[in-house]
Design a protein around this ligand. Structure first.
Ligand code: ZN
Length: 240
């Protein structure tokens, strides 16, 4: 058994449901963007912390080597001070060899210190670079937050307006139609309806029978057997 509905009513209701779905998507998109950009800020902050930590560790290495160099130099000075006190040539020579060996060791240390300092210099720029990244990410976040603040009210007002219009339009649905309509809308929202598209269901593209098509044309309520959508004729193919 089929029931006729006013021409274009389902089309109008479907349009309103699509508008509501679109508005719901817009309302969800703002907070989603805020969340995504918050994560970008956090990632940039973590990057800066890691960069600062790398610099700190490199400084510790350089400081340790500088301390080693200082004590090595003190040791050499001490040995050199003892040279004059040597009583035998042999003793003198041994001490000289020791000083020479220690000097070689300090040369290696000096090279290592130079390398460590160069490493610090190479690492340092990544800290301000990460800071710039944080600033850029914060700016994007602030923009997303401002957009949510400025648009949420308008979008919610739009939702309320269309819901009001929808409730008025739904009053024109007959009782049995209303039951089917309420069921599909509850289950599928805007996807509960579809326009006929060239002899097929515009939702799932299942071919419709001739009887179904003529029923739709007569404004009867037809439900797609494949996807369960309520079907209606598109605007271009009706005179309404
Ligand atoms: Zn279908």
């Amino acid at each position: 058994m089929t029931v006729a509905v006013a021409a274009g009513l389902l089309r109008t209701l479907h349009r309103m449901h699509r508008q509501l779905a679109d508005l719901a998507e817009q309302l969800a998109a703002g907070p989603r963007a805020v969340a995504a950009r918050t994560r970008l800020v956090q990632a940039a902050e973590a990057k800066k912390a890691a960069a600062a930590d790398d610099v700190k560790k490199a400084k510790v290495v350089a400081d340790q080597k500088q301390l080693q160099l200082k004590s090595a130099e003190a040791k050499i000075a001490d040995l050199e001070g003892k040279l004059n006190a040597c009583k035998t040539n042999r003793e003198y020579q041994t001490l000289r060899d020791q000083v020479a060996a220690d000097r070689m060791a300090t040369k290696v240390l000096e090279d290592e210190i130079l390398e460590a300092l160069e490493r610090i210099d190479a690492l340092k720029p990544s800290v301000p670079a990460a800071e710039a990244e944080i600033e850029a990410a914060k700016k994007l976040l602030a923009e997303a937050e401002a957009k949510v603040r400025s648009e949420t009210g308008r979008l919610e007002a739009e939702v309320a307006r269309i819901r009001g219009e929808l409730q008025v339009a739904e009053k024109d649905l007959g009782e049995d139609v209303r039951e089917k309509y309420d069921r599909v809308v509850k289950q599928k929202g805007a996807d509960g309806m579809a326009a006929v598209d060239g002899g097929t269901c515009g939702g799932c593209y299942q071919q419709l029978t001739g009887n179904m098509l003529s029923d739709v044309l007569l404004g009867r309520i037809i439900i797609c057997r494949s996807c369960g959508r309520l079907l209606y004729m598109p605007e271009s193919s009706t005179s309404a």
